[in-house]
Design a protein around this ligand. Structure first.
Ligand SMILES: C[S@@+](CC[C@H](N)C(=O)[O-])C[C@H]1O[C@@H](n2cnc3c(N)ncnc32)[C@H](O)[C@@H]1O
Length: 357
């Protein structure tokens, strides 16, 4: 949980024996990740454990790292930062936590937890030997309580921004997810999307991904949002296709950020007043996030499965008498071009040229 307020946090797990300790070291690793540490380092090599934890990270998010098979004593001694050893024999955490927080404002910290017997060297190398109550319990509880004390409980609200995101519920379970490209296309096929829709969304995807390459947009959201933006057209080609598409995806537990991309993709957005006149639920459908803006504009620049120029888009809107909407599209183009440091129209031309070659 690196931030301006403190350095990185490494957990050093020693005494791990792959067969006997598989479950408890997995739990130490999961606690380290869930409660705000940045990485775990384990003395014995255990590829299976690494794989399991990496798998959790790839599904549930964050950038937690795991590394096993290190010489713990050397690693602990050479660590450039504050060294802690969690031990029932140490000083009560409450007597030292403020000092530790102060010292780690600009420095990294390593927290050692043992398995069975912890060698005396761990105590001698440590800057602090810290006890979470002077009674024997477990490395899992000791680490959890230490991190919770260190972060003052703030770690419980950390956003991991994963492919899978749990929606807290009083009863039952709900997980919302970000589909990858293959899953997004499968959702379209499951909804009997026509070839025409598929060709269109693939072109919008190509352009949206090219634009997002110039920004810090979340490419997973841009990918899924661009492929799914017209799913509502499997039901209607009316102005309400964005609203209907959003509802289809809501029913499939798709991540809310993708639903918003879909719902806000029409032109450069629809205001609440326009929505009322158009007969769709009265609220703002203006793209707000960078991902929403990219998909909306990429869609504006693709007619059927061809890339068209901004001038042409504007002309089309003018011909329909939609002057305000045209102006908003122009403004969106300017805003995105500024963010990208390059004209969106030009990026679109590149994508088009690459296709023709
Ligand atoms: C099951 S204990 C075994 C420790 C062993 N008895 C020793 O110290 O040599 C495993 C780990 O849990 C952690 N632990 C257990 N009780 C603790 C406590 N009261 N305070 C801090 N850490 C504790 C320590 O990190 C310890 O290395």
């Amino acid at each position: 949980m690196e931030s301006e307020h403190h350095g990185s946090i490494t957990v050093l797990r020693i005494g791990h024996r792959p067969f006997r300790d598989k479950r408890i070291t997995t739990h130490v690793s999961l606690v380290a990740r869930a409660f705000g540490a940045d990485r775990i380092v384990i003395d014995e090599k255990d590829e299976l454990l690494e794989e399991n934890i990496n798998n959790v990270v790839s599904r549930f998010g964050g950038d937690f790292k795991i590394n096993s098979g290190v010489n713990w004593k050397k690693y602990f001694r050479d660590f450039n930062g504050i060294r802690l050893n969690l031990s029932m024999y140490g000083i009560n955490v409450d007597d030292k936590i403020e000092e530790i927080r102060e010292k780690t404002k600009n420095r990294d910290m390593i927290v050692l937890v043992g398995a069975e017997k912890v060698p005396i060297d761990a105590y001698l190398i440590a800057d602090y030997n810290i006890a979470i109550a002077n009674q024997p319990h477990s490395e899992v509880s000791a680490l959890a309580i230490f991190l919770d004390r260190y972060f003052n409980g703030k770690e419980l609200h950390k956003n991991f921004n994963g492919k899978l995101n749990i929606v807290p519920m009083e009863h039952g379970k709900m997980v919302k997810y970000i589909p990858d490209e293959k899953e997004a296309l499968q959702i379209l096929y499951d909804n009997n999307a026509s070839d025409r829709i598929i060709r269109h969304v693939k072109k919008v995807y190509e352009l949206a991904m090219a634009i997002s390459g110039y920004t810090n947009a979340d490419r997973r959201l841009v990918a899924a949002g661009s492929l799914l933006h017209d799913i509502g057209r499997t039901k209607t080609n009316g102005i309400d296709h964005a609203v209907i598409g959003a509802q289809i995806l809501r029913d499939k537990n798709i991540d809310d950020r993708i639903i918003n991309i879909v719902e806000h993709h029409t032109g450069a957005g629809i205001t609440a007043a326009e929505a009322k006149n158009l007969g769709i639920p009265e609220k703002d459908y203006i793209p707000e996030t960078i991902e929403e803006k990219i998909v909306a504009q990429a869609d504006n620049l693709v007619a059927s499965d061809r890339i068209i120029s901004l001038d042409r888009v504007i002309q089309n809107y003018h011909e329909k008498g939609l002057y305000e909407a045209a102006e908003r599209i122009k403004m969106l183009n300017d805003e995105l071009s500024k963010i990208c440091g390059r004209d969106i129209d030009e990026i679109a031309r590149d994508v088009d040229d690459a296709e023709k070659q």
